[in-house]
Design a protein around this ligand. Sequence first.
Ligand SMILES: Cc1cc2nc3c(=O)[nH]c(=O)nc-3n(C[C@H](O)[C@H](O)[C@H](O)COP(=O)(O)OP(=O)(O)OC[C@H]3O[C@@H](n4cnc5c(N)ncnc54)[C@H](O)[C@@H]3O)c2cc1C
Length: 513
Amino acid sequence: MRHSAFASARVVVGLCGLGRRARLLGFASGGAGVSPVSRPVRAVPGPRRVQSLMQDRYDAVVVGSGLAGLTAANRLGRSGLRVLLAEQHSQLGGLATYFRRRHHLFDVALHGFPVGMQKSLRKYWGQAFADRVVQVRRIVFDNPQFHVETTFDTADFTRLLVEHFRVPREQVDAFFACVKAMNYYDDQRETTRELFERFFPGRLDVWRLLMEPITYANGSTLDEPAISYGIVFGNFMSKGVYTFLGGTDTMLDMMAAELRAGGVDCETGCRVEKVLVEQGRVAGVVANGRRIACRAVVSNGNLLSTIHELVGYEHFNADFLATVRQVRLSNSSCQVYIGIRPGERLPEIGDLLFTSTHPVFDSDALCAPKVSSRTYSVYYPAIRPGSDQYTVVASMNARHQDWDGFDRAQYRAAKDRLIEDTLDALDRYVPGVRRIVDYTEAATPRTFARYTLHPGGASFGTKFEGLRPSMTLSGQVGGLFHTGSVGIIMSGWLGTVNYGVMVANEAEKYLAH
Ligand SMILES: Cc1cc2nc3c(=O)[nH]c(=O)nc-3n(C[C@H](O)[C@H](O)[C@H](O)COP(=O)(O)OP(=O)(O)OC[C@H]3O[C@@H](n4cnc5c(N)ncnc54)[C@H](O)[C@@H]3O)c2cc1C
């Protein structure tokens, strides 16, 4: 059995009563046929609880161990600061997580990231991380408007657009030039819909090709600022889609070891309940009921929860709060995890399949409870060298309100329906798939909310308008910083790693004074 990320980290299992098994389980906590929600990973006080090694005082406390929190903690620790990384869940990683059931290991959010991740991992985590970044080559689209296969980069998209969609070459080149030149500081008034209308008027099939993967990747819609689409799309278009060889478990093991080497105290099962503010500055946190002094807090929790719950309205001025009131949460997700029986093989159906039966691209339909669009990530044994396991993870965008009214039995039934419908839909690509499946489980917005504390199980934090308040928190409360999924560009694995570094640099500057 491999070690969990946490097993190799320094410290400090605040809630060791969970035991090794729970730590290995990670994201979803039920066994076969048991809802992750109905069996939460929970603090188990009592004789097996070990003494926490958490100190009384740190320079900085990082609240949450998503990729932004992990990276910020690593940067701060490597700068010689005394850092506590406090994670409420029993495992590091936030949404970038995995869980094990029987012989299956499921990645939750490792479907693909842009090549820029290789550089960021090298710079902020080390060469060994960058060496594991490998390309995902077979990306398939199948919907009523087209069936195409692509490597998802500018050259191949240009080929598709010109040869398959019959768009004039000059138009395609002009579109890519425009997207490439986009910058966060640009005019933000043009929407993605207007951008598409400008370059591909009336071509709803082209819109779908360009937009659908990005909506899956960060929940964005046609009516958000075009730059938020263009920057993310442009990142992927530079060289295609990549993944981490060895899977999320390997990456988190490596990150935990780096944090330990950098002297960061990682405390899991440790919920920060309050950020303490005195005379307009951070004075500490309350974590699992205990007061910890510190001069800076980097919150990797949801932006809105950070402001409303961890800190409290009274510490922000009226103008700032007016901006915060405009901030919308991002949508959530559902996933179905499918384990293939040992000894059975999946045919080569592609690494990433964007499938839909909906007539045209429609971001509302993508979130609807009656699922018509799914992305399948297919994990062949090559992703985990030495393994002979095949798994499939189907992901769908979803809304918390469509799931939160169910009682226990209704919830279980809705999850079963989600699984059955997904198997039916997968049968189209793998005929007779049920015969080779030996494990299924589903996650819903309720699962995501439980494991990350994001209100509504928001998969990508908050929408674009959250970026300004996120970046200006320290102007309100000295030493208070936020990092993590916000504003589309700062989302996904690449965005959050980079945002973690930016914010760690700011926190370090603050602490130097
Ligand atoms: C289904 C799905 C698939 C995805 N697929 C991809 C993909 O293929 N490629 C990609 O690039 N991105 C993907 N993403 C997005 C990506 O995983 C996230 O954007 C990124 O991992 C979020 O990192 P984060 O730093 O914002 O923190 P999060 O992952 O949101 O983690 C925040 C952490 O803070 C902790 N926390 C919150 N409050 C507290 C508190 N008070 N005390 C202690 N701890 C606290 C939470 O428990 C959590 O661990 C996917 C997301 C989802 C949901």
